[in-house]
Design a protein around this ligand. Sequence first.
Ligand code: COI
Length: 385
Amino acid sequence: MQWLPAFLLLAQLNQKPKGQVPSARQASCGYMKLKVDLIPLRQRKQKPTDPLKLEFGTTFTDHMFTMSYREGMWNDPRIGPFQPLSLNPAAMCLHYGQGVFEGMKAYRRKGKVYLFRPRDNILRLNSSAKRIVMPEVDIDFTLDCLKDLIRIERDWIPEVSGTSLYIRPTMIATEPKLGVRASLEYLFYIILSPVGPYFREGFNPVKLLVSEKYVRAVRGGIGFSKTVGNYAASLLAGKEAADQGYSQVLWLDALDRQYIEETSTMNVFVKFRDELATSPLDGTILPGITRDSVLRISRDWGLKVSERRVSIHELLKGIEAGTVQEVFGAGTAAIIAPIGELSYQGTAYVINGGKTGDLTRRLYDEILGIQCGERQDSHGWVLSV
Ligand code: COI
């Protein structure tokens, strides 16, 4: 029989544990101990019958994790019902954009549950938080709380190929104040959403519009961090691209408007005949964990891999000449997404005949295989929950 911590056993018995429930496995960190307040089984929501049909990020599980920051300390870590937040209308996140988040996934295959490089996500959350003067979280404690939340919600993790449980850790400024400075109070929470593929296209080539009119980030700005403002800045370009039938925008650098950077949800890779290239981490793009995994796996496979600037002209000329063989995106939500067409200055450039390339497919299979515990994890990236 599978071993369950005491508070989970109570939940299984449909009793509502109150307050702090002692358990050897329950997360604690110095002065803090996780409290768990579970919804009785009969009051829990219906789970999706066909997770492959779910619209990304619209269905949420029964419980969430919350922890608040006051007087220089994190306090009151708790797993409780998923519910609306109560925020003062003057909460500083609503006015000055102090908000950061992460995206990660849990996979359930053959009864086992896996997280992929979760520490790296928490490290990146801290790096994003630091950039906009928000407090960092304790990495081990946060990971322990996340694991407890995932164990509680494990029945929500779909098992079908192409599905997972998307995890959204989020931190927002909650102090009610209209003066412009960093907030003194914060809320950190983690919500969970069962998901199918990120793109409507599934694992089929997507079309991107190269943005000439708008830019996403400049060096010295916040482009490398997962702050809410970065996403707000991308929305108008994204809407205009969608109106023209494109899935997303491919951003160019803000200064020269020449070098490709990333899309709003993925880092971008270009496979030339003898090189796999991606934009360097110079402060304007997100340091993607999937990006890093692609780089490391490709190096393991003996490919020549470069983190270098690729100009839009080099890319388009290469597509026309056939020296660019594949282009793909990499990100947590999308994993690996083939890119079949780019539109720039009104001209469409079709990549690899609009078909998914071999390397793109191979990387997708390898990364997903590792994430699901089905392929060898030689880098020690996977954490069994
Ligand atoms: C992710 O890939 O996890 C992202 O955060 C991208 C997007 C869904 C915001």
